[in-house]
Design a protein around this ligand. Structure first.
Ligand code: HEC
Ligand code: HEC
Ligand code: HEC
Length: 335
């Protein structure tokens, strides 16, 4: 079952986009199956950069993956999109965890993380160029889009496996994009201990910003459609009549979600669900708030929405675009 779940819901982003888009031969073959690929690539700016699932399977703690799939939060400050929260059952999540466990090769045992190593690890973190790719909480705040913020690592890897990965990622997975940096075992352990024991500067939960007020200036359909629905929502909530029967995951179901029948490519489609849109946009703001305030646990002050916010997994709409949508709805949705 793990492979069934992962084939249907995970490969769309983690295999198709990531690997197929970059390989001309596979791209040509893929277009035989999915002729819209070219248009998709051209129109969609999101999900073109997604981490390797194979490299993740080789290193992440299966139990932490199971928990994170139920309530994902942002791992990469430089990557605009996040992993959406899917409608996976506990059984499906545990099957995915089992597939991770099966993909992992044994690693050498290491001593428990030792505070005496932290200062040396902090120095090596800079001299060995880790800090040029990775953020580490508030201690290092910039990184390349695909490198995780290492403040999360202690909650998602086993310490032995982390040391092995740092020493030589290619030994754990041939799909690793992190380069081998030629570290000794002792150096890898010292950095691991710095990542496990240094205070990454957890941020306090800031109060959620006040809800956005609808704009009072007149808004036309063309304006709100161009800024939001056509640009951001339509590619998942497609009108099958304009797309040879394809409706997208937000309409026909996909990513583990059942079909909703929600189509946001036409005026009529948007009007039909206009009463659900404000709440869906607000839930995404709650999710983004959770991402910036905490490393791991969502603070108790923030409600955990029952369903994922919209746009699914993409950055929340700007306040300006939110005000535009709310204003247009409040004005009676003029054409
Ligand atoms: C809509 C696109 C999309 C789909 C579909 C998707 N993912 Fe992801 N996934 C992402 C993105 C984007 C990230 C990076 C998240 C981050 O770093 O914050 C990610 C990250 C991950 C990670 C962490 C990997 C790492 O290197 O940090 C795991 C594990 C993962 N996904 C598993 C899955 C599984 C299992 C499925 C199927 C149930 C799945 N994903 C389906 C977009 C997707
Ligand atoms: C050229 C960029 C680059 C450099 C330099 C680099 N990394 Fe990475 N690292 C990555 C990427 C990208 C990943 C995500 C996994 C993958 O696709 O290989 C990663 C993953 C990791 C992970 C797994 C973290 C997690 O939570 O999933 C650890 C730990 C890590 N790196 C530590 C280090 C350390 C320590 C150094 C310095 C010795 C370092 N990295 C140098 C790019 C880099
Ligand atoms: C990456 C794909 C994707 C994008 C982009 C997207 N959606 Fe969705 N949408 C979905 C999926 C999948 C569901 C089903 C989720 C569920 O069942 O909870 C959904 C459900 C919804 C729902 C019904 C949820 C509810 O609880 O009422 C609304 C309303 C909605 N989307 C609006 C939007 C709007 C507005 C946008 C653009 C701002 C948008 N969506 C962008 C995939 C997407």
């Amino acid at each position: 079952m793990a492979s069934a779940t992962m084939t249907t819901s995970c490969t769309s982003c983690h295999v198709w986009i990531r690997e197929v888009a970059g390989d001309p031969a596979r791209r040509t073959k893929a277009m035989e199956v999915f002729p819209y690929w070219e248009r998709y690539e051209k129109n969609v700016a999101s999900y073109m950069t997604v981490p390797s699932l194979e490299a993740a399977m080789a290193r992440l703690d299966p139990a932490s993956v199971e928990a994170w799939l139920a309530d994902p939060h942002d791992m990469r400050p430089g990557l605009p999109e996040t992993m959406p929260r899917f409608a996976l059952t506990a059984e499906e999540r545990s099957a995915i965890g089992a597939a991770f466990a099966e993909a992992q090769s044994p690693v050498a045992e290491t001593p428990a993380p030792d505070p005496a190593n932290v200062a040396k690890g902090a120095e090596l973190f800079v001299s060995k160029t880790c800090s040029s790719c990775h953020a580490y909480g508030a201690l290092h705040t910039t990184g390349i889009p695909l490198a995780p913020d290492l403040a999360h690592t202690r909650s998602r890897m086993e310490p032995d496996r982390a040391a092995a990965w740092i020493e030589k990622p290619s030994a754990l997975s041939s799909a690793a994009t992190m380069p081998d940096l030629g570290l000794s075992t002792d150096e890898a352990i010292a950095i691991r201990d710095y990542l496990w024991l240094a205070d990454p500067g957890w941020t306090e939960a800031a109060p959620l910003q006040a809800a956005v007020e609808p704009t009072t200036s007149p808004v036309t359909w063309d304006e709100v459609n161009e800024a939001v629905f056509a640009k951001i929502c339509a590619h998942c909530h497609m009108d099958p009549e304009q797309n040879d029967g394809r409706a997208g995951p937000g309409n026909a179901g996909g990513f583990g979600f059942a079909a909703t029948g929600i189509e946001l490519q036409t005026y009529e489609g948007v009007v039909a669900v206009s009463d659900r849109i404000p709440d869906a946009l607000h839930r995404r703001r709650l999710e983004v708030h959770r991402d910036v305030v905490g490393y791991g646990e969502m603070p108790a002050t923030v409600d955990r929405p029952e369903r994922p916010g919209m746009p699914l997994g993409l950055p929340a709409l700007s306040d300006e675009d939110t005000a535009l949508v709310l204003g247009w709805i409040e004005q009676g949705m003029p054409r």
